[in-house]
Design a protein around this ligand. Structure first.
Ligand code: UN1
Length: 510
């Protein structure tokens, strides 16, 4: 939770902070607990974004019951009509794109160019949902018996519990809730407690676009008080979660014990490989963007740079010069390259990993400290950090840090690069810089990851492509693209017999 250390009794400028509410059963309301928490801007502790309900399992129960009731009618609305709502949603988000992005930067810190991108990803997801509404295909298949047809339909499942992170406060809730609703499910949404205001904005726009009020519910609060009751509620049919592997494991076991469908999008330790024949200028740009974009707080962030020996020293030198020039500051300031960490705990984690790296004997190339520039005085800023001389068994080479820390590993050849890339428990994104088509294709085949970029950064997935990872990064589902529609619907198989006789499969025809 984004609570400040210094005293912050008033919002910047003295204005009373906005009081945000839950949206349950078609009404904006406080939690039954009556308790609230404040959320502060990570770039400036004195700026209070608003107060938000600290909800509990009673709020969850009311929301799930409303969503269950709404499911009865929403599931019967023609998919194309549901789709039209997402066309309007896309149009509304286009109209409000800049305000949404500005509020998002204020709320979670990343620079405006990136929050505009985050909002654009949600817009693209809305228009994609509109298109998919007319493409929820099933199959028609010949029967093994005469005068009989076989086919499948995609059916809505029920109530979807969506638990989302703070690093993509528009895009990730959009890429879960739009397909969930489009497929005819209803939604109970628990946003991250660091980005509740962006989540409220999304729900307001969904309502304005025409989603029926009790088909979408939002509940603010902690994972323990809201997330767990949502996962365990008997009337929630499916869960979609993006966050850490540790929390994902817990969700999986709770959902598994109740035989619920669950999609998990978890951690990463994403490698960018640069071979001797790679374009170094592009590789540098990609590494900076991949490692320090969103202040390194992406599941897809580049956290390992695996460089072949022939270009290692040169690229590390280029990286050092370029990283030292990056300016930290408020993401709304056009001069800023890198915003703050989202909260104090996140900065503490980064600091502790830098200490671990130093203790393990890695060589600090640059960064490794808080940013003490005047514009960083009241926020959770940390200098973009590069470690060289990192070996595959070090913790900074294996564990997800979720901050602006890049570990550089030197390798002798392509085979070693792939072996090092695969030497982690995660497998979300990956990239390789090479001009050699044979090596590029071997990398596509051999890197253990859900996503591989050839001559690109590890970040920047497009909304119409499957998104997700292997190993501890997930449980086999893919968000984004056509595949997320498979998660949010289930297949019903239909047999139509027009023979006028009772035909018995496997008996009458043999
Ligand atoms: C995440 O890293 O948590 O590919 C999501 C990207 C974005 C989504 C990232 N489109 O970097």
């Amino acid at each position: 939770m984004n609570s400040p250390t210094p005293s912050t009794s008033a919002a910047a400028g003295g204005a009373t902070p906005r009081k945000f509410q839950n949206f349950i059963a078609g009404k904006w309301c406080d939690s039954v607990t009556g308790e609230t928490y404040e959320n502060h801007s990570p770039a400036n502790w004195k700026d209070i974004i608003g107060t938000f309900p600290r909800s509990n399992e009673e709020d969850v129960d009311r929301a799930v019951k409303a969503a269950r009731k709404a499911f009865k009618t929403w599931r019967l609305v023609p998919a194309a009509d549901r789709g039209n709502i997402f066309q309007r949603m896309g149009d509304l988000m286009v109209k409000h794109k800049e305000d949404i992005a500005r509020e998002m930067t204020r709320e979670m810190g990343k620079v405006l160019k990136e929050t505009m991108g985050d909002t654009q990803e949600a817009i693209d997801t809305a228009y994609y949902a509109f298109g998919e509404s007319r493409r929820l295909f099933g199959h028609t298949v010949p029967s093994e018996l005469p005068n009989k047809n076989c086919m499948t339909f995609r059916m809505p499942i029920g109530v979807a519990g969506l638990i989302t992170p703070w690093n993509f406060p528009s895009a990730i809730p959009a890429w879960k809730s739009f397909p969930a609703l489009l497929c005819g499910n209803t939604v109970v949404f628990k946003p991250a407690s660091d980005t509740p205001a962006t989540a409220v904005r999304l729900v307001e726009l969904l309502l304005e676009a025409g989603v029926p009020p009790d088909a979408v519910n939002i509940i603010h609060g902690s994972g323990r008080k809201v997330g767990i009751p949502l996962i365990e509620h008997p009337e929630v049919d499916l869960i979609s979660f993006t966050g850490s592997s540790e929390v994902g494991r817990d969700i999986s076991s709770r959902a598994g014990a109740r035989l619920k469908r669950v999609s998990l999008e978890l951690g990463g330790k994403n490698p960018q490989i640069v071979l001797d024949d790679g374009n170094l200028d592009l590789a540098l740009e990609a590494a900076l963007w991949g490692a320090f974009g969103t202040t390194g707080q992406r599941c897809t962030a580049t956290s390992r740079l695996i460089i072949q020996a022939g270009v290692h020293d040169k690229l590390v030198d280029m990286l050092k010069n370029a990283t030292n020039k990056l300016r930290c500051g408020d993401g709304l300031d056009p001069k800023t390259d890198v915003g703050p960490l989202v909260n104090e705990a996140q900065r503490d984690t980064v600091e502790s990993y830098v200490k671990i790296g130093l203790d393990e004997g890695a060589k600090l190339v640059c960064g490794g400290e808080r940013d003490t520039s005047p514009q960083c005085a009241n926020g959770w800023f940390y200098r973009p950090t590069v470690f060289a001389g990192v070996t595959p068994e070090m913790r900074i080479a294996k564990e997800e840090i979720f901050g602006p820390v890049l570990s550089v590993l030197k390798v002798k050849d392509f085979d070693e690069a792939i072996a090092v890339a695969n030497n982690v428990d995660y497998g979300l994104s990956s990239s390789i810089f090479t001009q050699d088509v044979n090596r590029a294709f071997r990398a596509m085949r051999d890197i253990e990851a859900g996503i591989t970029y050839i001559n690109g950064a590890t970040i920047g997935a497009e909304c119409h492509m499957p998104f997700g990872g292997v190993k501890d990064t997930g449980n086999g589902h893919r968000e984004g693209g056509w595949t997320v529609y498979e998660f949010f619907s289930e297949i019903k198989t239909i047999y139509v017999d027009f023979s006028g006789t009772l035909q018995k499969a496997q008996i009458d025809n043999y």
